[in-house]
Design a binder for this molecule. Structure first.
Ligand SMILES: Cc1cc2nc3c(=O)[nH]c(=O)nc-3n(C[C@H](O)[C@H](O)[C@H](O)COP(=O)(O)OP(=O)(O)OC[C@H]3O[C@@H](n4cnc5c(N)ncnc54)[C@H](O)[C@@H]3O)c2cc1C
Length: 395
């Protein structure tokens, strides 16, 4: 190894979020010698800043729904591989309405979802109130689907990192990648701040930061957004289904026609949208979110407008929890594409696994798809996340 060489491997994966580590794991299982290079530390990006809600019922029929279902199925496999240590529960999810208009809309939504092949049920009155200990005070109707699930993303990454180490996958933290190394058309590895990593293939799994491939002339059809999150102290009682309302349907494509027109999120300043989720973590804290702003900015800091939107919504909904402490307030950066699906493909010699807007769900299955692509396999699911798909244009 030369003085400037940090490591040599079959494949180098750039980025140690859920997408990078799942890709490394899948490649290693197929016999590749893999190293991972991370600019800060494992889970520095969006992966450790999200509540791990795995929404299936809100995904549009077709590729999005299919990828989501495969995404949940993939976690069953990971539970077998890593053990039951990352809080994976198929606890179901409820989309709720807070007025008559919303309740009527949810009836139509439930019919449309049933015709898409999902088993859903309508909840009202006592059944709705008793379905969750964090059901908002004003909820009047809901649609339950038991395919919706949840993981603890931090615990998942911790378990996966340990399992990767046991398989001999080296993860270099505090090692920013500056560029790919090329000779003509061939990619020979990456240049990091600590030296070269020589490899036969490079996987770029850097979340929102994938846009820096622009500097190498690779313009990915994706944009980046900043999602906000508020966390409260623990609410006593049993931890129930994941919840979402209609005040903003950002990221919930199947719900878009039924977004509320009467009780929308306060979109002040530069806020672009609202993703109206309410989820409890394993410890019982409520995660309220998400404000959406920061188009194509890599500034990760939450704004006052974003914080206010989430706090106002929480305050209105939870008169009964008014005394609850706020224990966290943050934002994270995520990629997104025109059709809501990630990109798993090769671009100018570099394998790209990016553009995940709901990567807690799509990350593990797309790790598998990337390993299949590198191994030469092809599938319908892989086609649906390729750069060649027509639905990718139009951002
Ligand atoms: C507040 C919030 C809530 C969310 N809620 C949910 C949810 O409930 N369910 C869901 O499915 N999804 C959710 N998401 C989306 C989900 O978090 C992301 O889609 C997912 O984490 C993306 O994973 P990733 O590995 O692609 O990116 P990241 O986790 O961001 O990882 C990318 C990694 O690459 C590293 N990196 C970047 N550039 C370089 C470089 N040059 N050299 C080396 N390393 C580099 C970064 O440091 C980072 O660690 C949420 C996101 C946010 C921000």
């Amino acid at each position: 190894m030369s003085e400037d060489s940090l490591a040599t491997a079959d494949i180098v994966v750039v980025g140690a979020g859920i997408v990078g580590l799942c890709t490394a794991w899948e490649l290693s299982k197929r016999g590749f010698d893999v190293v991972v290079v991370e600019q800060r530390f494992v889970g520095f990006g969006a992966t450790s800043r999200n509540p791990g809600a795995l929404w299936v019922q809100t995904k549009r029929s077709g590729a999005e729904l299919e990828l989501s279902r495969s995404g949940v199925a993939k976690y069953h496999e990971y539970r077998d591989d890593l053990g039951d240590v990352f809080g994976f529960t198929q606890k179901g999810g409820i989309v709720f309405a807070e007025d008559a208009e919303g309740a009527n809309g949810l009836e139509e939504y439930a019919r449309e979802r049933a015709s898409a092949g999902l088993e859903v049920s309508l909840l009202k009155g006592r059944a709705l109130d008793e379905a969750s200990n964090i059901m908002p005070d004003g909820a009047v109707a809901g649609v339950f689907c038991d395919e919706d699930s949840q993981i603890d993303p931090h615990q998942f990454l911790t378990a996966l990192t340990a399992a990767c180490a046991r398989r001999g996958i080296q993860v270099f933290e505090h090692t920013p990648v500056l560029s790919t190394i090329r000779s003509g058309d061939q990619v020979l590895g990456v240049q990091t701040l600590r030296g070269r990593v020589n490899a036969g293939g490079v996987v770029w799994a850097t979340g929102a930061w994938a846009t820096i491939l622009n500097l190498e002339g690779i313009a990915l059809p994706m944009q980046t957004l900043r999602y906000g999150q508020v966390m409260t102290q623990r609410v006593p009682g049993e931890n129930g289904p994941i919840l979402r309302g209609l005040r903003g349907t950002f990221g919930a494509s199947a719900l878009e026609p039924w977004a509320s027109t009467t009780t929308t999120a306060p979109l002040r300043g530069d806020l672009l949208g609202y993703d109206d989720t309410l989820v409890q973590n394993r410890g019982g804290s409520i995660y309220v979110g998400h404000s959406v702003d920061g188009l194509n900015s890599l500034n990760p800091h939450i704004t006052l407008d974003a914080s206010r939107a989430m706090l106002e919504i929480a305050g209105e909904r939870y008169a009964r929890f008014g005394g609850l402490g706020i224990t966290g307030l943050w934002a994270g950066l995520s990629g997104s594409t025109a059709d809501g699906l990630p990109i798993v493909d090769r671009a100018d010699g570099v394998f790209v696994n990016a553009g995940h807007a709901w990567g807690a769900l799509s990350g593990p299955i797309c790790g598998q798809l990337m390993a299949e692509l590198i191994s030469g396999a092809r599938s319908e699911l892989l086609n649906s996340v390729s750069l060649a798909r027509t639905s990718l244009t139009g951002l």
